[in-house]
Design a binder for this molecule. Structure first.
Ligand code: 5GP
Length: 181
């Protein structure tokens, strides 16, 4: 029995659903980048499990790097303020780059990350997000690959945290409101 289960009000996507969708995304990416070796840039910390599973579902060569940002403190509200904690190591100039992000809420973090990566002069830039909350967008943000659309609820698990906890839940679930409100 997982001790964290009692903090979750509902399971949105179980392991099987997540893996099935990731296999589809992997196939799509493999087909789109047949003649290229894209650089997959995982956004830490929330994207670490998604990136690990996604790259293993891709059948063409890829390179992997990480960009660590912080946009949330210990609460569940977006500040819109993004700080770079770890920079990209691979030279992205003239490379096909795919950003791998856990979740898009307001869209402000992704917009910042995209602007930042464009400054490295990649040949192309696309984004793969696991979860999107369309009702929470504060700006027009676009991405090419998406796992699931969800309602405007605070979710944890599969890499996503609250106050650094719950990242190791194997599923994605809604955190009980009384734990963060
Ligand atoms: P945005 O800038 O789009 O508002 O927020 C993006 C970041 O906020 C995500 O990368 C993630 O770290 C965090 N975030 C947004 N919504 C959620 C959520 O429902 N659960 C968790 N755990 N983090 C979230």
């Amino acid at each position: 029995m997982n001790k964290m289960n009692c903090d979750i009000s509902a399971v949105l996507f179980d392991e099987h659903k997540i893996q099935t969708r990731i296999r589809e995304l992997g196939l799509e990416i493999s087909n789109s980048y047949k003649d290229s070796t894209p650089v997959m840039v995982g956004i830490l910390k929330g994207g670490f499990i998604f990136l690990a599973d996604l790259v293993r579902s891709i059948t063409i060569p890829v390179e992997v790097d990480f960009l660590a940002i912080s946009s949330y403190g210990n609460d569940a509200n977006s500040s819109g303020i993004v700080k770079i904690r770890k920079d990209i190591d691979i030279d992205l100039s003239n490379r096909d780059v795919i950003i791998v992000e856990d979740i898009v809420d307001t869209g402000l973090s992704l917009e910042y990350i995209k602007d930042y990566i464009w400054q490295h002069k990649p040949a192309s830039l696309k984004t793969c997000v696991l979860l999107d909350k369309p009702d929470a967008h504060k700006i027009d943000v676009c991405f090419e690959y998406i796992g699931f659309s969800i309602k405007n609820e605070f979710v944890v698990g599969y890499g996503l945290d609250f106050a650094e906890r719950y990242r190791n839940l194997p599923y994605i679930g809604i955190l009980k409101e009384e734990l963060y409100k």
